[in-house]
Design a protein around this ligand. Structure first.
Ligand code: XCC
Ligand code: SF4
Length: 658
């Protein structure tokens, strides 16, 4: 008989609704437990984050180590080579920035490769859809457009933008878009990026053993590399995608797991590269494949997106979206997914396991990203439909023999998304006088207090979507217009805040603007690479006038409250270097009270940039962002205007009541 005292009681699993505010995800998490399937939610509970790593107090940059310092007493010890806590933390931070920048710029480079191949006629399934945007970007880059063939202009633009990656000296092309005073700050600091490849290479070099051992100098190269992402790799990805596939404009989109259809062949595309997804759109419209689905007993083919490529597709085509990062496993638990097609970035390896449990096909498509246990059908841009047609055929095959119980949460939310920075122009300014002047005017007169970018991932160490949703609610309630990208946008779409009707949740000033224009108080701008659209919007606001001379003067703030990816750190650093106060949640991989911490959280601002902030509670984060916005309003001398506007409103209400 076993000694009862020795039986370790199994840790009681945390209730699904404690782990997520997404109803559909909670429902599927409960089902997964019933089915005995383990998910990231469970693993996060059972795997405590390494406390030394969480503080970034360990170094494994050489094999005299790994060395561990004590975060509680950070200056008590140094590594074997003598590296201090500040060197160790800044080098770790640098490696994250390099990896994040590499991810976005490698993606951007792939878009540029596609552009070139299209222009050279090697790829025929894609074409330039948006000639107007091509002209616009080319002119900005100083390329002659008058009386010239589209193809020649495009080729010149290709050559110009290629420098974003390969240039070894000089300033990267989109530096032309940066407000003069911001650029001046960068020049003074020596952080204007040359080419992304060079910056990443130098950052990896400098963060190796025995090279750069001053945290402030390492931070400079972090900024330079991060800027090569925001104003470089990511911006090129966005602009080329717009030129090839069209610039998004507002469109009503369905989100949440209820977009899956029990009686249809469901195909989810999850990843980051729009070219694969564009070809999937063509394949599911193929009459022979639709017929094949019908022959298999399905009502049709249902194409659905997830995470970032899903965001690009829904803004361009209105393709429904099933959910964000922490729902990619749970969506498989529905049993309704006939194929999950992935390319690169944010694809949990565990998807292979979960897919197997529910007999779903997990299909990898990109030579850069394979997963053990997944089926690989390689995507070639010169014959894209070979891959995507085959995927549809495989999905139909699975539909025929689903062999698992199907349970789809009956939840669908509709929102309006696809607000490019160009569209914000038209929307506020009207077709005849498209400009940012009305936005600036509304900020100056105080109806809009400021603009906040709320972006980024989910992280199972936080209750899914909780911080995103409550933070955004708090911001709009205080008349702060919110712009969004990435998984955060999906959180708000599921919470119903991306509809024009959500204006009633906004403060009186923002509500008035939203109702006049007919726009939601929360504007979805696309995928994470489309954070570049936020940078361009900031730049336009400065150039329009009345709100200072540099991005650092603007009453704006940014936040990634539930981030998990290294890419988020890079994004945070390029916003900070561009002049934006940027708050992160979950955890910050730096020990408080150290010199490096002070540098990122205080000193960068003194140099004319933005600075970092950290908090985990949504209301606390909102308070920090609003305080910053108010500080900037005061510096601009427009704080009085806002007081007046609010008084006017109150007066008017009194009058209405009388
Ligand atoms: Fe990934 Fe881009 Fe983060 Fe979402 S927001 S978890 S990076 S999918 Ni881009
Ligand atoms: Fe240790 Fe220095 Fe080597 Fe890092 S670089 S592992 S601190 S000896």
């Amino acid at each position: 008989m076993p000694d009862e005292k020795k039986v370790i009681p199994k840790k009681k699993p945390v209730e699904p609704r404690e782990l997520t505010t997404c109803e559909a995800t909670a429902q599927m998490l409960a089902k997964a437990r019933k089915d005995g399937v383990e998910l990231a939610f469970d693993r996060a509970q059972n795997m405590k984050a390494c406390p030394i790593g969480a503080d970034s107090a360990c170094c494994k940059h050489c094999f005299m180590g790994p060395c561990r310092l004590n975060a509680k007493d950070p200056y008590a010890k140094v590594g074997v080579c003598g590296a201090t806590i500040d060197t160790i933390m800044s080098r770790n931070f640098a490696r994250a920035v390099a990896a994040g920048c590499a991810a976005h710029t490698d993606h951007g480079m792939a878009m540029l490769d596609l552009f070139r191949e299209v222009l050279e006629g090697h790829i025929k399934d894609y074409e330039i859809k948006n000639v107007q945007k091509l002209y616009y970007v080319a002119q900005e880059m100083g390329i002659e457009t008058e009386d010239r063939e589209v193809k020649d202009i495009a080729m010149d633009l290709y050559k110009e933008l290629e420098r974003t990656y390969t240039q070894v000296d000089g300033e990267l092309p989109f530096a032309k878009r940066v407000p003069e005073k911001t650029l001046e700050t960068w020049r003074k600091e020596g952080i204007v990026p040359r080419g992304a490849m060079r910056e990443i290479m130098e950052l990896l070099h400098r963060s190796a053993i025995g090279v750069d051992q001053h945290y402030a100098n390492i931070t400079k190269q972090c900024s330079r590399t991060a800027l090569a992402d925001g104003w470089g790799g990511s911006m090129v990805a966005t602009e080329i995608a717009d030129i090839l596939f069209g610039t998004p404009s507002p469109i009503a989109i369905e989100t949440n797991m209820g977009v899956l259809k029990e009686d249809q062949v469901n195909i989810i595309v999850h990843g980051h590269e729009p070219n694969l997804f564009e070809s999937m759109v063509a394949s599911v419209a193929e009459p022979t494949l639709i017929q094949a689905a019908k022959d298999a007993g399905a009502k049709g083919l249902n194409l659905v997106g997830m995470c970032c490529s899903g965001l690009e597709m829904f803004s361009r085509h209105g393709t429904p979206h099933a959910g964000n990062f922490m729902s990619t496993e749970t969506v498989l638990v529905t049993g309704a997914v006939d194929a999950m097609v992935v390319d690169v970035q944010c694809i949990k390896q565990a998807l292979a396991q979960v897919a197997e449990c529910y007999k779903t096909q997990l299909i990898t498509t990109n030579p850069r990203a394979r997963i053990e246990g997944g089926k690989h059908i390689e995507f070639h841009e010169d014959k894209p439909k070979e891959c995507t047609d085959e995927i549809v055929i495989q999905a139909i095959g699975r539909f025929k023999n689903r062999g698992v119980e199907v349970e789809i949460p009956n939840i669908v939310n509709t929102g309006v998304h696809g607000f490019s920075h160009e569209y914000i122009n038209y929307m506020l300014g009207g077709t005849f006088r498209a400009s940012y002047t009305p936005l600036n005017d509304n900020i100056i007169n105080g109806r809009i207090r400021g603009v906040a970018g709320v972006v980024g991932c989910n992280n199972p160490r936080m209750k899914q979507d909780y911080v995103h949703v409550n933070l955004v609610k708090e911001l709009i309630k205080n008349d702060v217009l919110v712009v969004q990208t990435g998984c955060s946008q999906i959180a708000l779409a599921k919470a119903g805040l991306t509809t024009p009707e959500a204006a009633h949740l906004a403060g009186p000033g923002l509500k008035e603007v939203c109702e006049t224009v007919g726009m939601p108080p929360v504007l979805g701008l696309g995928a994470c690479v489309d954070n570049s659209r936020i940078l361009i919007a900031c730049s336009e606001m400065v150039k329009t006038g009345g709100l200072g001379e540099s991005i650092a003067d603007l009453p704006v703030a940014g936040c990634a409250p539930e981030y998990m990816s290294e890419k988020a750190i890079t994004i945070g650093q390029y916003f900070v270097a561009s002049g934006v106060f940027t708050v992160f949640g979950v955890t910050f991989p730096i020990v408080e009270g150290t010199k490096f911490h002070k540098h990122l959280f205080e000193e960068l601002e003194e140099l004319g940039m933005g600075k970092w902030g950290f908090a985990t509670d949504p209301f606390e984060i909102a308070k920090m962002m609003i305080a910053h916005i108010d500080k900037k309003r005061k510096a601009l001398g427009i704080d009085k205007a806002r007081e007046r506007v609010l008084m006017d409103m109150a007066d008017r209400r009194d009058m209405d009541a009388a």
